[in-house]
Design a protein around this ligand. Sequence first.
Ligand SMILES: *Cc1c(COP(=O)(O)O)cnc(C)c1O
Length: 218
Amino acid sequence: MSYADITERVAEAERAAGRPEGSVHLIAVSKVQPEPRVRAVLEQGHRLYGENRVQEAEERWSALKPDFPDTDLHLVGPLQSNKVRPALELFSTIHSLDRPKLAKAIARIAQEVGHSPNLFIQVNTGEEPQKAGITPDDLDAFVAECRSMDLNIQGLMCLPPVDEEAALHFALLAKLAERNGLKGLSMGMSADFDKAIKFGATHIRVGSAIFGERVKPA
Ligand SMILES: *Cc1c(COP(=O)(O)O)cnc(C)c1O
């Protein structure tokens, strides 16, 4: 797989789903990847990247951003309340809003710094005890709470259980979003992004299929 193969597959899935070309945002998840691999994709013109750790992203992108200043960074991994301030400096969009305490911290710091990030609420569609996210039962109240804080909720995000059919979770997330009047759906990774597009994904988060298997830093 290469970047060009993936963009071709995204276009194909958009056509198959009767969706306008370019309507799906491809987030290239660059976490842990060696810099030359990321630079190669930047040089092919891609400008939307996802990271899962604030500090790792700060280190990587402080080196790359000067060369590619129009890069848009999204946080796709968990966010601790005490990292909200640096996260808001680096990321336009956070896909992992998963608890009331974090919502309150984001609302407060957004006020202080004078700009509010785009947010996706992470939903624990499989109701897995070890996994972060708002449960489907608690979602409507949480969306309302976030809106009352003037948070900029774009949509919902999920990470389906590894041993279940992802399509069921994509369909559930789409239903929950519609019920709450939300347009954004952040779902689908390397193994299943085609399927996610079929179920209405607006943002897919693709790492290893673009960059190759993640290698641990030495
Ligand atoms: C790592 C990661 C991805 C990308 O995973 P791949 O299987 O490499 O495509 C997507 N979403 C989140 C939240 C991740 O942490």
